[in-house]
Design a protein around this ligand. Structure first.
Ligand code: ADP
Ligand code: MG
Length: 281
C-alpha cells in the first residue's frame, strides 16, 4: 500500500511478498516480508530517496549498506541484500521476531540477572564492531531488537561511522545520537572517540534495563544536558552495590578514565555467568 510506483512494486514483489509495518524511523519504514521462493521471513527497510536527497544523507545510506554487509555476529542484525529503484532503496534484512527491547522495558524494569544477560550480548556485539573500526553511535533500546529466543540483536547502523571517515585528529565530529543516551563529550562539541561514546550509551542502556527509568532525564532539554554533562544521576536504593559501582565506571563523564570494552569484560558484575560468545569471523 505504501509503494505507489508500479516499477517498484515489481522489483520487490517479484521476489518478496510485503506484509505488515514493523516500525518507523526518521527516514525509513520497516515492513515484514516473505521471500516468495524460499518462504524465508525477512524485514525490509524502505528508504525514500526524496527524503534523503542531501548528499550527506545519501552518503549515510551508502555507509549503512557497506557497514552492515561487513558485520557477521550473532547479536547484530544481518543484511541479506539491497535493492534499489529510482525513488527507493530496500534493505532486505534478517527478520527479528521479538520486537524492540524498549517495548519490554516500558512494562517495567528487569532483574539484575536479565539485565546482565542483555548487557553481555550488547557488549559482545559492540566489542566486535569496535574491533573492526565500526562505531554505532546511536545505541539505545529502540535500536535493540529481540529474537524469538529472547536474544538481543543490534540494529540500525544508519548513524555509525567507520574509522576511515574520522578526521586526521582521530576524532569524530558529527553531532548525532539521541539526547538521553548521548555522552557528555559530544555535548561539549570538542570531537570524540567513537568507542568511548558507545560505552557511555551502553551504560545508559544498562541503567534503564535495571532501574526501569533513564539516569539523565528532564522535560527541559537544557536541564537534561546539564545533568549529562555533570554526570548527575542517582541509582535506586535496591540496586546491588556491585552494579552501582560498575555503572559509575560506565557513566564516567571523563572519556579518558571511563571503562573500556576490554575492562568491562573483566568486571566482576559483568563476568557473572559470562560465556564468551562464539561466532565465525
Ligand atoms: P531508522 O534508521 O529510521 O531508525 P530502524 O532501522 O531503527 O530505522 O528501524 C525502525 C524500526 O523498525 C525499529 O525500531 C524496529 O521496530 C523495526 N525493525 C527494524 N529492523 C527490524 C528487523 N530486522 N526485524 C524486525 N523489526 C525491525
Ligand atoms: Mg532506529
Amino acid at each position: 500500500p505504501e509503494i505507489e510506483n508500479v516499477a517498484e512494486h515489481n522489483a520487490l514483489f517479484g521476489k518478496y511478498e510485503l506484509g505488515r509495518l514493523l516500525g518507523c524511523g526518521a527516514f525509513a519504514k520497516v515492513y515484514y516480508a516473505r521471500n516468495v521462493q524460499s518462504g524465508q521471513s525477512v524485514a525490509i527497510k524502505i528508504i525514500n530517496k526524496k527524503k534523503i536527497s542531501g548528499t550527506s544523507l545519501v552518503a549515510n545510506v551508502k555507509r549503512e549498506i557497506s557497514i552492515m554487509s561487513r558485520l557477521h555476529h550473532p547479536h547484530i542484525v544481518k543484511l541479506h541484500e539491497v535493492l534499489a529503484t529510482k525513488s527507493k532503496i530496500f534493505f532486505v534484512m534478517e527478520f527479528v521476531k521479538g520486537g524492540e527491547l524498549f517495548a519490554k522495558i516500558s512494562k517495567g524494569r528487569f532483574s539484575e540477572d536479565l539485565s546482565r544477560k542483555y548487557f553481555q550480548q550488547l557488549i559482545s556485539a559492540v566489542g566486535y564492531c569496535h574491533s573492526r573500526g565500526v562505531f554505532h553511535r546511536d545505541l539505545k533500546p529502540e535500536n535493540l531488537l529481540l529474537d524469538e529466543n529472547g536474544n538481543l540483536k543490534v540494529s540500525d547502523f544508519g548513524l555509525s561511522a567507520v574509522k576511515e571517515q574520522i578526521r586526521p585528529d582521530g576524532m569524530l565530529h558529527t553531532l548525532c545520537g539521541t539526547p538521553a543516551y548521548v555522552a557528555p563529550e559530544i555535548l561539549s562539541k570538542k570531537g570524540y572517540d567513537g568507542a568511548k561514546v558507545d560505552v557511555w550509551s551502553c551504560g545508559v542502556i544498562l541503567f534503564v534495563l535495571a532501574a526501569g527509568y533513564l539516569p539523565f532525564n528532564d522535560p527541559n532539554l537544557m536541564v537534561m544536558y546539564k545533568k549529562i554533562y555533570k554526570g548527575e544521576y542517582r541509582c535506586p536504593r535496591w540496586m546491588s552495590p556491585d552494579l552501582k559501582r560498575f555503572l559509575s565506571r560506565l557513566l564516567d563523564t571523563n572519556p579518558e578514565t571511563r571503562i573500556t570494552v576490554h575492562e568491562i569484560i573483566s568486571d566482576p558484575w559483568f563476568r557473572k555467568g559470562y560465556k564468551e560468545i562464539k561466532f565465525h569471523q
